[in-house]
Design a protein around this ligand. Structure first.
Ligand code: NAD
Length: 502
């Protein structure tokens, strides 16, 4: 049995101090590529810890909100620079704790850098509107104001990028946060919070509490001190979060599941499309909310595409993400792998053709990890569960279509609406698809993954609830508008009534 003897113990971060949970209990974090590798021991926190963190955040908010935004931003610029300096170590830690290959974890950390620099820039912008008043000697403008304490709840698949998408805009707007990372990736959370501490963010403004979704998540979503809940995770948990937050009329920002589609037309550059499907489908072992888990191919090029795609999928090197030769790492956990295996059985039972893969990898170096073959199902019917439900693993379902209209109908025919893409050389088809796919993100001649931090990120339907991360849109989650009128006429002027002759 693996041992816990030499593991480092990591604490919660509450009110500027690293401290153990009141429960005295901890949980282990192990490497999904090799479960003998114990990464650390983390706090299994309780409601009591969350309440201490919320109280610290509420206190700190009262002074942080009054720090001028450009000064708040100076600390964030420092934080961004510190992440740059620690990037390599952070990427290695992340690969060890969640499995994706090193250049992808480097990308994850880079996204946190980009977001932190970008949002720090907002400290000197955060534009409101100044508009002419309809009355003489009256001034009219709008400004953003912070809301107070924000609960930040994040998944494990982007362990530093996603926390940065939420925490940094929250801070630049003048809020205080309590952060609960996924229990599979607490080390990346510790790394990120340590950066914020080292950059000089005052005590209590950022707090981190690790532990179970239920135990820690419930008070974070229902406590009266919380004004904003920003959650990224599954649609199932998002629904629980939404309900818990509703009675207190909290502002709730949800980013949830996906079942994203790549559409390949008969005029597409097929080699490029295969490259895109490989990266979109098997990048991060298919564990991206934007993963291209569905591919819809025009019948004229369908067979050619399937053959080339299957060939390339077969040749992917699966292994430990720390090994530079590895192209695809393990699933993140035994339960994630079990989900993958369950869907492989469902696909076979539904009558799809298992074109490659379909098995857990267990021999030799794979024995102590959660590895699975890159898997392609062909001849999939859009009604099958493998074509409709999020699997979150290295499984791609390929379908055939007769026209662009049919591809769009299939693309839209799922409960999610995060990302979609089309491969075509025809600008008319590209723009038609761009208009008609009801998703939050759309790509032309690129896969469904690859968002940049300065445009809005999020999805429609059961993927999101109308908010967006990233870009200036993120400021709308973490601030509220205040409209301000200043009457310098020295008399009562009634809007809509006391209008003077021109
Ligand atoms: P998850 O829903 O299981 O967990 C997400 C977070 O919620 C974790 O921190 C978890 O501990 C916490 N949680 C669990 N129960 C809770 C409760 N009752 N109250 C409050 N918090 C609770 O998701 P996951 O397995 O960590 O991540 C995978 C999912 O995330 C996939 O569905 C994926 O599509 C989605 N995701 C979406 C986006 C997006 O931007 N749309 C990005 C990344 C991942």
């Amino acid at each position: 049995m693996p041992t816990t003897l030499k593991a480092t113990t990591y604490n919660n971060y509450i009110d500027g101090a690293w401290a153990p949970s009141a429960s005295g209990e901890t949980f282990e974090n192990r490497n999904p590529a090799n479960t003998d590798d114990l990464i650390g021991v983390f706090q299994k926190s309780t409601r009591q810890d969350v309440e201490a963190a919320l109280a610290a955040a509420a206190r700190a908010y009262e002074t942080w909100r009054l720090v001028p935004a450009p000064r708040r931003a100076e600390l964030l610029f420092k934080a961004a620079q510190l992440i740059v300096e620690r990037k390599d170590q952070f990427a290695r830690d992340m690969t060890r704790e969640m499995g994706k290959v090193l250049n992808e974890t480097g990308g994850d950390v880079q996204e946190a850098i980009d977001m932190t620099f970008y949002m720090a820039g907002e400290g000197r912008r955060m534009f409101g509107q100044t508009v002419p008043s309809e009355l003489r000697n009256k001034f009219a403008m709008s400004m953003r104001q912070p809301l107070g304490v924000c609960s930040i709840i994040t998944p494990w698949n982007f362990p530093m990028a996603i926390p940065s998408w939420k925490i940094i805009p929250a801070l630049v707007c003048g809020n205080a946060v309590v952060f609960k990372p996924a229990s599979q990736t607490p080390l990346s959370a510790v790394n990120f919070v340590k950066v914020l501490e080292d950059a000089g963010i005052p005590r209590g403004v950022v707090n981190m509490v690790t532990g179970d979704g239920d135990e820690v998540g419930t008070p974070l979503t229902s406590h009266e001190a919380v004004r904003v809940v920003s959650f990224t995770g599954s649609t199932h948990v998002g629904r629980i979060v939404n309900k818990a937050a509703a009675p207190g009329f909290k502002k709730v920002h949800l980013e949830m599941g996906g079942k994203n589609v790549i559409m390949i037309m008969d005029d597409a550059d097929l080699e490029l499309a295969v490259d895109g499907c490989l990266w979109g489908g098997f990048g991060t072992t298919g564990q991206r909310c934007t993963a291209a888990s569905r591919v819809v191919v025009h019948e004229k090029v369908y067979r050619r595409f399937v053959e080339a795609f299957v060939d390339r999928a077969k040749s992917l090197v699966v292994g430990d993400g720390l090994d530079p030769k590895t192209q695809m790492g393990p699933s993140n956990s035994e339960s994630q792998l079990q989900t993958v295996m369950k869907y492989v059985e469902i696909g076979k039972g539904e009558g799809a053709t298992l074109a490659t893969g379909g098995h857990r990898l267990e021999k030799g170096a794979y024995a102590r990890g959660f590895f699975h073959e890159p898997t392609v199902f062909a001849d999939v019917d859009p009604g099958m569960r493998i074509a409709r439900e999020e699997i979150f693993g290295p499984v791609v379902s390929v379908m055939s279509c007769r026209s662009l209209d049919e591809a769009i109908a299939i693309g839209n025919g799922v409960e999610y609406g995060l990302s979609a893409s089309i491969y075509t050389q025809d600008i008319n088809r590209a723009f038609t698809a761009m208009r008609d796919l009801y998703t939050g993100i759309f790509y032309v001649n690129a896969p469904t993954i690859g968002a940049e931090v300065h445009l809005p990120f999020g999805g429609t339907k059961n993927t999101g609830n109308g908010h967006r991360e990233a870009g200036v849109a993120a400021l709308d989650v973490f601030s509220e508008w205040k409209s301000v009128y200043v009457d310098f006429s020295g008399r009562l002027q009634r809007a809509q009534i006391d209008l003077e002759e021109i």
